[in-house]
Every structure is written in structure tokens, then in C-alpha cells.
Design a protein around this ligand. Structure first.
Ligand SMILES: Nc1nc2c(ncn2[C@@H]2O[C@H](COP(=O)(O)OP(=O)(O)OP(=O)(O)O)[C@@H](O)[C@H]2O)c(=O)[nH]1
Ligand SMILES: [Mg+2]
Length: 452
């Protein structure tokens, strides 16, 4: 990507709308836009910083559209460069015609995320904030939105950056010691280094621990619905979604594959996963379904174990022992759901009683799931890691820090400690983009759509 180009793109989604916005950014943005802009009396328009102007967009004497042009002069714009936004009527023809005029006049089509990349390169956003912009655009629930906003505001990245700077100071001193290694001088107080490494490791570990939940909040919290064939799992899915999503029948083994559907409850996005009934079988397809059901349960944050009230209540313990042997529940919320409670029954076990058929207990079950996840969020406090790139970088930071710690314990020489320290610094810096490679940048920005 050439930095000095003036780029342009339609920034609103593809399609017809009330208005559409065509955006231009770069040193020639103002000049290119002004080539086409005229007053209603046909006079040339001069754009003024941070002012919106109603103008005619004229191409070879023909009016293309009457639109509002807004100019943001460098450096006070999204990208840090000169930016012109043309808010036109949202016809596909008008959008494409404007774009073509701008391209013919010397602008180049923007690549995905290039406006935000420019904002990063000009120092207006750090990498973590740029990623937060993408998350904000993607957010489908209040909790995903909250996560994105917190990351945009700085979140943990800022704190990590402060610690990184402290580490840089220390490693500079260590390198200095190296220069004087013949004289056996110690510039770095080893206790201070140990303390810093420990505090940082603790912080990083806490962030890593929060990833499972953070990621689930962003992508949708997985809720697996499992149980024996015919227990009423698919009926429960349909009742939760209030939609006729999965096939229901009295034939055991109706659901063979997993069925997944998302739903927002109380501002949180959930992914409900209906699974094939759990039973040993000679049927190969059914066995595949069984494996998938167990896999879904393993990946879930919440497991609903469904059991019909007209079944044999003596086997509940056995069933639960079976399922927990296949899928440990320590890090999950496990709910015993007694289904078909509209049928006559004399069961009084702990758990939640529901009837998909008449709609009993469905709201109560939803509330119980929401409360369980909320308690996880509260326990986690305000730091939540939701970005997988950060997760990988932080895992590397932690392992490098633990090497530094080991080195300090066995009084390794400065040069060897310095290597691990540099490694930790590199991965820490990659989070905010203080150090970044083209590869990292292109993987971050290719996630964006064109026009952002
Ligand atoms: N009376 C009553 N019947 C129900 C209820 N929920 C499900 N059923 C019946 O139970 C049978 C099985 O329901 P499904 O939802 O297909 O059960 P499943 O657990 O998905 O079954 P598999 O996919 O075969 O494992 C169907 O005949 C449903 O009509 C309920 O709340 N009350
Ligand atoms: Mg089913």
C-alpha cells in the first residue's frame, strides 16, 4: 500500500439506501473533490475545514447528484490526512458514478480497512484500537459492543504499554551492563526486575484466563443442549428461540447433526446448539452424531442436560455420571433440565422443569443461563480479553517472561536474560502495534470491509 495515494471508497454498505457516503482520503482529496463540486449557480466551491456544504456534483456539464460535502483537514480527521466525505443519494448508480469520477481524477480504490490503516500509520489509533473499530462494526450485542468500546478506549492495552516501557528501560540498562561486562557492574536492581516480571506475568495470566469468556461474549456464548434420544432437546431449542428451527418427532434419533442458532438475551449473544441424542448405537451416522454432541458439550460454556419427566428417574445419577465422564463440567455451568413437565409425573428432583409444548419454565431457564454468565463476567472484573491475536501474543509474552524469571533465579548472565526480555518486549509491543510487521498489519486490516 502506497502511503501518499489519495484513496476513495463507498463507506456505506452495498445497496440502495436513503443516503450513501463516498469517502476520499489523502493529499489530493480536497483538490479532487473540488474538481466536481459547484454551487447551484454553477460557481466553483471551496471546501472549508470541518464544514459541510450542500453542492452539485457535476461531471462534464451534467449534474450527477446534489449532495453534502464535508471536509476534514489534516491532521484532524479519521485518517489523519485530508478527508472529504460526499453524502449523496443512495442510488447504486449515483454511488458508482461518483466513485468513477474520483478514480478518473486520480484517486485510487481503497483496500479493505485502508482508511483505518492510515489512521494507525499516522498515529491516530494504535493497533489494538484499530481492531476495536472492526469489533465495534461487527458487534451484534450489547456485551460485544461494550468489549469493543472498552478496547477502543485503551483497555488493558494501555496498561500493558506502560509496563512495556518500564521493561524497555530495564532491558536498556541490562544491555549497558553487557558493555561493561568485564567490570562486573550491575546497573539493574535485580529485585526490581523480579518484581516487574512478576507483576506483568500476573497481569498477563489474568488476561489469558479471561479469554474464554471474553471470546464467548464476542462470538456468542455456546450453550449445548444434550441428553438421551427423544428427551425433547430439539423441542427445547425451538421453544428457546421461539421458532420452528429443528425437526421434532417421536422417533428417537431424529436429530443426527448439531443444529446451531444464535439469539440475544439481555444484551448477550448466545449460540444454542441442539445435538443428537446420546446413546450407544451400531449405526455409524448416529455414532458420529454422538461424538459431535460430546464435542459441542466440551466447547460449551453452558450445558443443558435434558431429561424427560416420564422417563425412569432412577437412572438420572447414572446418566449424569456418564456425561460428566465424557465431558468434565468444572469450567462450565451445568443445568439439569426436566422436560415435558406437562405430562403427569411424580418426579421432584433438583433442576429446572420445562415444557416446550405448553411453554412452562422457558423464561426461567433463560434467566438462569443469563445469571450464570453474568456472574462469570462480574467475577472476571473489568478486564476481559476477547481478541485472539492478543491472546496468542500474550501467551508468548508469558512464556518469555517465565524464561526471564528462571534465568534470574539461576543467575544467568545478562546476555541470556536480555534475549528472553527482548522476546517478551516484542510480543507485548505487537499488541498495540509499537512493533509490527507487514504480515501482522495485513492480517489485522484485511478483516475490515472496503470503505472503513
Ligand atoms: N408432552 C410433551 N411432549 C414433548 C415435549 N417436548 C417434546 N415432546 C415430544 O417428545 C418427542 C421428542 O421430541 P424431540 O424434541 O424431537 O426430542 P429430541 O431430544 O430432539 O430427540 P432426538 O433428536 O431424537 O434425540 C416428540 O414427539 C415431541 O413432540 C413437551 O414439552 N411435552
Ligand atoms: Mg432432536
Amino acid at each position: 500500500m502506497r502511503n501518499n495515494d489519495t484513496i476513495c471508497a463507498v463507506s456505506t454498505p452495498y445497496g440502495v439506501g436513503g443516503i450513501a457516503v463516498v469517502r476520499l482520503s489523502g493529499p489530493d482529496a480536497k483538490r479532487i473533490a473540488e474538481t466536481f463540486l459547484k454551487t447551484s449557480k454553477g460557481r466553483a466551491v471551496t471546501l472549508a475545514d470541518h464544514k459541510a456544504k450542500l453542492c452539485d456534483f457535476v461531471h462534464e456539464g451534467d449534474l450527477v447528484d446534489e449532495l453534502v460535502a464535508t471536509y476534514f483537514a489534516t491532521p484532524h480527521s479519521y485518517t489523519g490526512e485530508d478527508v472529504v466525505e460526499l453524502s449523496c443519494h443512495g442510488s447504486l448508480y449515483v454511488q458508482q458514478a461518483l466513485l468513477q469520477c474520483l478514480l478518473d481524477a486520480g484517486a485510487r480504490l481503497a483496500e479493505p480497512g485502508e482508511f483505518t490503516l492510515k489512521a494507525f500509520l499516522s498515529g491516530r489509533l494504535n493497533l489494538s484500537q484499530a481492531e476495536a473499530v472492526a469489533d465495534l462494526i461487527d458487534s451484534r450485542s450489547r456485551s460485544a459492543h461494550d468489549l469493543a468500546v472498552s478496547q477502543f478506549r485503551g483497555g488493558y492495552a494501555q496498561e500493558l504499554e506502560t509496563m512495556r516501557k518500564e521493561l524497555i528501560d530495564i532491558s536498556a540498562l541490562l544491555e549497558l551492563e553487557l558493555d561493561f561486562s568485564d567490570e562486573d557492574l550491575e546497573f539493574v536492581n535485580r529485585d526490581r526486575l523480579v518484581h516487574l516480571v512478576d507483576t506483568l506475568s500476573e497481569k498477563v495470566q489474568r488476561l489469558l484466563d479471561s479469554f474464554r469468556l471474553g471470546n464467548a461474549l464476542k462470538q456468542g456464548i455456546p450453550v449445548a443442549i444434550i441428553g438421551r434420544p427423544n428427551a425433547g432437546k430439539s423441542s427445547l431449542l425451538n421453544a428457546l428461540l421461539n421458532d420452528d428451527r429443528a425437526i421434532v418427532s417421536s422417533i428417537p434419533g431424529t436429530t443426527r447433526d448439531t443444529i446451531e442458532e444464535t439469539m440475544t438475551i439481555d444484551g448477550m449473544l448466545f449460540r444454542f446448539i441442539d445435538t443428537a441424542g446420546l446413546r450407544e448405537s451400531d449405526d455409524m451416522l448416529e455414532n458420529i452424531g454422538f461424538d459431535r454432541a460430546i464435542k459441542s458439550a466440551k466447547q460449551a460454556q453452558v450445558v443443558l442436560f435434558v431429561r424427560a419427566v416420564d422417563g425412569d428417574s432412577d437412572t438420572i445419577g447414572e446418566d449424569i455420571a456418564f456425561i460428566t465422564s465424557k465431558c468434565p463440567m468444572e469450567d462450565k455451568h451445568f443445568f439439569l433440565v426436566h422436560s415435558k413437565c406437562d405430562l403427569p409425573h411424580d418426579m421432584h428432583e433438583a433442576g429446572i422443569y420445562v415444557s416446550a409444548k405448553v411453554g412452562i419454565g422457558i423464561e426461567e431457564l433463560k434467566q438462569a443461563i443469563v445469571n450464570a454468565v453474568k456472574s462469570d463476567v462480574d467475577r472476571q472484573g473489568d478486564i476481559l480479553l476477547a481478541n485472539s491475536r492478543h491472546f496468542e501474543a500474550l501467551a508468548k509474552v508469558l512464556s518469555a517472561l517465565s524464561e526471564v524469571r528462571k534465568g534470574l533465579e539461576v543467575q544467568l548472565t545478562q546476555d541470556l536474560i536480555a534475549i528472553d526480555l527482548r522476546d517478551a518486549l516484542y510480543h507485548l509491543g505487537s499488541i498495540t502495534g509499537s512493533v509490527s510487521s507487514d504480515e501482522v498489519l495485513s492480517s489485522v486490516f484485511s478483516r475490515f470491509c472496503i470503505g472503513k
